[in-house]
Design a protein around this ligand. Sequence first.
Ligand code: C5P
Length: 405
Amino acid sequence: MGMLKDKHVTLYVTGSIAAYKSALLTRLLIKAGAQVQVVMTAAATDFVTPLTFQTLSKRPVLTDLFTATEGDPIKHITVADWTDIALVAPATANILAKMAQGLADDAASSTLIATAAPKFVAPAMNKNMWANPATQRNVQQLRADGVLVIDPAEGFLAEGYSGSGRLAEPATIVAALEAYLQDHTPQPLRGKQVLVTAGGTREAIDPVRYVGNKSSGKMGYALARAARDLGAEVTLISSASLTTPHNVDLVPVVSAAEMETAVNTYFGASDITLMAAAVADFRPEAIVDHKIKKQDDTSTLDLHLVRTPDILAGLGKQKRADQFLLGFAAETNDLLQNVQKKLVAKGADMIVANDVSDTAIGFNSDANRVTLLKRDAEPEQLAMASKDEIAREILLRVCQQLHLA
Ligand code: C5P
């Protein structure tokens, strides 16, 4: 899941009645996070208009080679080079034959032959056309050339009878692309347990009030997703209310004390622990068991706060040599000096430092600029990027430290 995010998919629609299903396929690909460029054969445009696909994909559809596109005289090469995955769906007997022979006589076949990226075909045609030895020979040739074939299904055909040749369901096609990407993406964290904390804790004052902080939890969630995408089993202990990422085990908590209990439960089995939560440093000494009333005769309220346990420092003390521990540090001044001290004081292997005095980054923003501090190495500043990108970079550095390929 999630493997299609930001992937460039070029969808070739050829002239089969199943072309109408490619509109839904485009929607599903976009919903999965892909960018979709549609290329149509002339016959396909007799079934569905380019406008349908242009509207869904938010990109002009490539239909012919010779209508000059402004600023891009060799559009088919631009599209071919842009492509991460080429998908021909529906694929007619004709396009399969052309691909098998290497013909390039229109926009679709010319762009396909110029594409070095992996190619998928999802055939759709009359059952006799599919069963024809020439078609089967072409499909065999395509498989031998490394083209991935999403087999047509048995079922009701537009001709009014059942048979093999029906376009695979759009959801099946998307799942086939996801599975391929999953298998072909390096997963250095496969088999590793990753524990992530996220969100600002809330320390109750009374049943309706709490002491909290501005942390959104976005960085921790980005780390959980990035660790999952690199193959890890991820447990996310969170006090934030964001959408739980797929295939991540969520342990919801509220207060620092709850977070500490949960972290201690999972830490022993964890290979890599990423402490992105903004844990409150202080909590009200006692939680009042009823809503505190405002008294008309008093203009102040004293809250007596006591220290919470430093969860990270606690883990730093009990950590085994085979465990990797990463903390975060939000500082407003003397960033590197303070963080270097924190790295040692907390017994962490790496600290990600955020300058929270910079309003363009940090807490609730989607972008971040961080500096990584490691033991026995120079600090490394990462470029300003989205939290998802930063999370991936951080995890790749952790993999490097652990010599995971
Ligand atoms: O000391 P400071 O709060 O700046 O350290 C931040 C790091 O320590 C973060 O990784 C945070 O998750 C962790 N922390 C903790 N328990 C606390 C306070 C901070 O685990 N009580």
